[in-house]
Design a protein around this ligand. Structure first.
Ligand code: ATR
Length: 273
């Protein structure tokens, strides 16, 4: 049977095996999907061993995405732009192809929630790996402006300069942010520590859409905060998780699974509904 897995550390709580097993059942594909948690300095060897032993493809998550970028034989354009690889496929020619489906997953999830990206003014919080992966797919949707704000302003400036050729992207400090945004995407890891990015409450209004790439059994700190300040449409990163997985499954199997029912089952599994 074709074998796939996700590499990460820690990875024990990953929902990827759950999601891909449901995709496989739904599309009647014969495959198995497991977990691998190599020591941080043993990832390269573990990856090689997996493919030497007949593995067909894998996902890569924290903290291995940047390393995976350097280990594959060739890169998709979107992985090259993201500077990170979350999906690897062994092609029929024996080549390890590195791809990145995170940004496509974010855009697919935003669209499935009815969020309009074309001509919208988007605020992206954070300038780490998650922000980098999102930029090209977001700019491809032709927003009127995309503003990056980050605690360390120089990192936001670097990202804006790097993606400038793809669309109207600028960097501003949190203090400089002004005017009306249609969508705020939180790509910071602040919620992990129960912290909030230092965003002025005045930027939140009832017609704004709020997206937190993090998720949990209850609202993230950022989503709770935005709701308190009047945001009516809030979304967490669970949908992005399922959508990036669907995109990876499509890369591997050439068949696109449906995501709605799988997202529902995942929520039930996590006790969210
Ligand atoms: P990831 O790959 O998940 O993006 P990362 O590369 O470590 O992780 O980036 C984390 C992002 O969250 C950074 O933009 C970080 O800001 P700095 O560049 O200033 O470190 C941001 N971040 C983390 N904690 C934060 C907090 N409490 N408030 C605001 N931003 C925070």
């Amino acid at each position: 049977m074709d074998r796939y897995l996700v590499f990460g550390h820690p990875v024990r709580h990953s929902k990827s095996p759950f999601i891909h097993t449901l995709f496989a059942r739904q599309t009647q594909q014969e495959l198995e999907y497991g977990l691998a948690e190599p020591a941080v300095d043993e990832f390269a060897q573990a990856l090689r061993t997996f493919f030497d032993q007949g593995g067909k493809g894998c996902n890569v998550t924290v903290p291995f995405k940047e390393q995976a970028f350097t280990l594959v034989d060739c890169l998709s354009p979107r992985a090259k732009r993201a500077g990170a690889v979350n999906t690897i496929k062994l092609t029929d020619d024996g080549v390890l192809l590195g791809d990145n489906t995170d940004g496509a997953g974010l855009v697919a999830d935003l669209k499935s929630h009815g969020v309009t990206l074309a001509d919208s003014r988007i605020l992206l919080l954070g300038a780490g790996g998650a922000a980098r992966g999102a930029l090209a797919p977001l700019l491809a949707e032709l927003p009127s402006e995309l503003v990056i704000a980050n605690r360390t302003h120089t990192k936001a400036q670097q990202l804006a300069a790097e993606f400038h050729d793809l669309g109207p992207v600028i960097a501003q400090t949190y203090e400089q942010l002004a005017g009306s945004f249609d969508l705020v995407i939180n790509s910071t890891s602040a919620s992990l520590q129960g912290e909030l990015p230092p965003l002025a409450p005045a930027l939140i209004h009832s017609d704004i859409a709020i997206y937190d790439m993090m998720y949990g059994a209850s609202d993230t700190a950022f989503i709770s905060w935005a709701k308190q300040h009047g945001a009516r449409q809030t979304m967490d990163g669970l949908g992005m998780l399922v959508e990036q997985a669907a995109e990876a499954f499509t890369v591997w199997r050439g068949i696109r699974p449906g995501t709605k029912q799988v997202l529902r089952e995942l929520k039930r599994n996590l006790g969210v509904i």
